[in-house]
Write a protein that binds this ligand. Sequence first.
Ligand code: NAI
Length: 334
Amino acid sequence: MQKEVTLIAGDGIGPEIIISVKEIFTALGVPITWEEINAGIASLDSGGELIPQSLIDSVNKNKVALKGPITTPVGKGFKSVNVQLRHIFDLYQNIRPCKSTPGVISKFDNVDTVLFRENTEGLYAGLELYDDRLEMADSIARVTKKGSLRIVRAAFEYARKFGREKVTIVHKANILKWIGKIFLDAGDEVAKDYPEIEVNDRIIDNMCMQLVIRPEDYDVIVTTNLFGDILSDLCAGLVGGLGLVAGANIGDKVAIFEAVHGSAPDIAGQGLANPTAIIRSSILMLKHLKLNSFAEAIDLALNKTLADPQLCTADLGGASDTQQFTKSIISNIN
Ligand code: NAI
């Protein structure tokens, strides 16, 4: 039976890498039909809304979406469409697995972390004020007990389900005492229900240093919104770069899958984009939809391609463009 999924191509390198996923799904006969509706600058440019109501209706109907990156103007302009979508659908879990890939040249070959980033609160709660008279800005980091409990529980549940041994809670409770305490208390409360899982905590600055020295010490990591945003790019750097790392935004009703990286305007339209991160996001999506055999087939073909540096895109030292890389994956599908 065909399953309908909302497809948001995004902008920048978004449309180029989304084509890779579509071609691979077609070649493999994945039973998915796409309902394509864009948002952000691409939607504005074609006379639509920043976030069209038709997109919201489509995601609510299909419950699952695959999304390309969407540009956010820096220091001016509209609020991040990415953040708005997470708020609209209450996608409180941002899950970002980061694992070394055999054959891919990177700083480490032993990284295997899964980052749980709280996705709706913290400094991304949208509570920002500018006082023109005082030339002063306030940004409020809102952290709630309910929000902390649900993301920490999601991390522990994941650890239990997938046989992970340790959960590390990352915070800044030495300085941000209240929001840090709420998050740490949530960790203490939830950890009691998972006695088989080791738990520890790290202050964010130390955590950054630990990860670039001994990433193998870390397994499941759970943290607040801004720290999670920064740590996930840091982890991507450990395994070969942003072109490789997938993400899932999960709520109780809806899930939107997207790469960790942004719209990469510096390489857009040049055939240089590595589609691995969005392909891996689509693999997470297929597992979410319980289409595991398709997920595994794509994963095998992708890893086989990545194992040959010549077949890779320029960010990994290879000579292929986005289309050639995609064709290699398709030819590696059994
Ligand atoms: P970025 O992730 O777009 O790019 C950072 C660097 O990584 C660039 O040098 C880029 O060329 C490279 N890169 C990223 N993805 C790549 C890929 N698939 N293949 C090869 N190289 C890749 O981050 P940046 O430049 O800070 O942000 C650009 C725009 O993207 C901004 O407007 C930002 O707000 C937006 N953004 C959107 C996100 C989303 O849609 N979820 C997430 C992060 C940023």
